[in-house]
Write a protein of this length. Structure first.
Length: 356
C-alpha cells in the first residue's frame, strides 16, 4: 500500500509524522515529495536515469533564501556551516537527517542506486527509492509526509492514483498565525502574494551579489513582511488546490483528520489512522505516540491578537474554513427571515385595511 499524509503548512503534520514514526515496523519518510524541484517533480511520461538523478540533486530555492539570511527553522536537520553558501540537495535538508545521523552517506548510497535505474515513470522511480529505504531500515511499510503537500496534491494524486491519503488540517487562523512566524513560509507567502521581478532577483545572491539587509529578499523578511491576511490567503489557496484532487478520489482513499482531535484525543485519532493505513498491530506504540502531545501544541494562539485583528483574520480564512466544514456562512438565513417578516407585515397591513 502507498501511504501519504497531506496538509497545508503549519497544521500539525510534523507532529503526526513524529507520532507515526513511533510504530516499530513503519518507516516515516518526511519532506520527500515536496523536496525536489517542484517544476519537474511530477513530470508525466518516461523519465530517464539522468533526469531523475538531476531531480535528486536539486535544492529547495525558497528554503535557501531564508537560510542564507541566517533563518534556520527547527525542522532543518542538516548542519549549516556557511549559511551564505548553503545549497544542498533537497533530500539532505530534512528527509535523510530524520532517518539517520549519517545522512550524507545515505544520500551517496541512494545516488549509486539511482545510477542503476532504467527509464520508467516518475512514480516507479519514487517507489524504488521508498522501497529501498524501507528494506534498508528493516521496516514493513512506509508513509510519506511533506508539510504543505496539499498544494501539489493534484500532481501527487495523478502520480499515485491508487494511494491512500490522510489529510490533517488545522483551523485557518491558527495555521496562518503559525506560518507568519516561520521563515520558510514568510518567504514563500511573500513570493506567492507578490511574485518577484527579474530585476529584483538580480539584486540578490542569485546573481552573485552579497546578501544585504536592504536587498529585495531581505526586505520581504523585514519591513515588507506579508500581512497575516496574506498568510490566510495562501492557506485558502492550498486548500483549494487540495480539494481539486479530493473531488477525484474514491472515498476509501481519503481520511480527514483534525489537528484539534489529534492533540485532544490522540489515542482514538491514531487508532483511526492506523486502521485506515492498515498498519500492523504493535502493542504500546499508540500509548507512546500519544504521550508526545504537549499543552503548548493544544493551545490556540488566536488570543494573542487584538479583537480587530482576530475578526480580520477569521474573515480572511472564511473560504478555507467553509471547505473544511469548520464554518457555514449564515447569510441566507437572515435574508430569508427578513423576506418573511416583510411579507408578513405587508399581509397584516392589507388585512387591517380590509377591516376598515
Amino acid at each position: 500500500m502507498q501511504r501519504f499524509v497531506v496538509s497545508t503548512g503549519r497544521c500539525g503534520s510534523t507532529l503526526l509524522s513524529t507520532m507515526l514514526a513511533v510504530h516499530p515496523e513503519g518507516l516515516m519518510i518526511s519532506e520527500c515529495m515536496g523536496a525536489p524541484d517542484r517544476t519537474h517533480a511530477f513530470a508525466p511520461g518516461p523519465i530517464t536515469r539522468e533526469q531523475f538523478k538531476e531531480l535528486m540533486l536539486s535544492n529547495i530555492p525558497v528554503a535557501d533564501l531564508a537560510v542564507h539570511r541566517g533563518n534556520i527553522t527547527k525542522e532543518q536537520r542538516y548542519e549549516v556551516v556557511n549559511a551564505a553558501e548553503f545549497r544542498i540537495p533537497a533530500f539532505l535538508y530534512i528527509c535523510f537527517p530524520t532517518l539517520t545521523d549519517k545522512a550524507d552517506e545515505l544520500f551517496a548510497e541512494m545516488m549509486q542506486l539511482v545510477e542503476t535505474f532504467p527509464t520508467r515513470t516518475m512514480a516507479e522511480h519514487y517507489l524504488a527509492i521508498f522501497e529501498w529505504l524501507q528494506h534498508k531500515f528493516d521496516k514493513c511499510f512506509w508513509i510519506e509526509r511533506t508539510g504543505g503537500s496539499i498544494e501539489f496534491l493534484p500532481d501527487l494524486y495523478r502520480t499515485f492514483p491508487k494511494a491512500k491519503y490522510v489529510h490533517i488540517h488545522r483551523d485557518g487562523p491558527d495555521a496562518a498565525l503559525s506560518m507568519s512566524k516561520h521563515f520558510y513560509f514568510q518567504v514563500l507567502v511573500s513570493l506567492f502574494m507578490r511574485p518577484p521581478t527579474r530585476e529584483e532577483l538580480e539584486q540578490t545572491e542569485l546573481a552573485g551579489l552579497p546578501i544585504r539587509i536592504e536587498d529585495p529578499i531581505s526586505r520581504r523578511l523585514g519591513p515588507e513582511l506579508p500581512s497575516i491576511e496574506d498568510f490566510a490567503a495562501y492557506w485558502n489557496y492550498q486548500l483549494e488546490m487540495g480539494f481539486k484532487a479530493f473531488a477525484k478520489m474514491d472515498s476509501s482513499q481519503l481520511l480527514d483528520v483534525r489537528f484539534e482531535e489529534l492533540v485532544g484525543k490522540p489515542h482514538r485519532t491514531l487508532e483511526e489512522i492506523a486502521e485506515f493505513f492498515d498498519m500492523p498491530d504493535s502493542p504500546g506504540w499508540i500509548d507512546k505516540a500519544a504521550a508526545m502531545v504537549s499543552s503548548e501544541e493544544v493551545r490556540s494562539r488566536l488570543d494573542t491578537l487584538t479583537a480587530e485583528q482576530q475578526a480580520s483574520l477569521i474573515k480572511a480564512c472564511e473560504p478555507g474554513r467553509i471547505l473544511l466544514d469548520r464554518y457555514q456562512h449564515p447569510w441566507i438565513h437572515p435574508t430569508l427571515q427578513l423576506i418573511k417578516d416583510v411579507t408578513r407585515d405587508f399581509a397584516a397591513r392589507q388585512a387591517k385595511s380590509a377591516c376598515w
